[in-house]
Write a new protein. Structure first.
Length: 133
């Protein structure tokens, strides 16, 4: 995982690198959750670093504006999958990572994806004794 991460950082544009980190985080969440959390943290840091790069590129070049625009992650399937998968493993830590996203729209999507599986599962069923009271 770390070799892929290190190699990709040198060759890919930052926006694509962020997508790659999120994809790796989602795919490894079930068999290596600790490493997946680290990938998710790096993905969030990369997305946050896009703010400066995106503003500069949008002024000078129209060829790749969406690749380095942090707002484009608001509808990113990779972001939703990563936060959803890791939210199932460690809800509090994943919410903490989601809160680090600087773009508020992307942060909201990440937070919703984090709690998605917990909401789907619902609250724990109470016993019949609790219902009668």
């Amino acid at each position: 995982l770390y070799e892929v991460k290190r190699t990709s950082a040198d060759v890919l544009p930052k926006g694509i690198y962020a997508v790659a980190l999120l994809t790796i985080a989602a795919e490894t969440a079930h068999f290596a959750p600790t490493e997946a959390m680290l990938m998710l943290q790096d993905g969030v840091a990369t997305i946050n670093s896009l703010a400066d790069v995106g503003a500069k590129e949008q002024k000078g070049s129209r060829s790749k504006p969406i690749l380095n625009d942090p707002s484009s992650f608001a509808d990113s399937a990779e972001l939703m999958r990563a936060f959803s998968a890791l939210g199932e493993k460690d809800l509090e830590r994943t919410l903490s990572i989601a809160n680090r996203l600087e773009n508020k729209a992307v942060q909201m999507v990440a937070r919703l994806a984090t709690v998605e599986r917990a909401v789907e599962k619902g609250l724990p069923k109470s016993s019949s004794k609790d219902r009668s009271q």
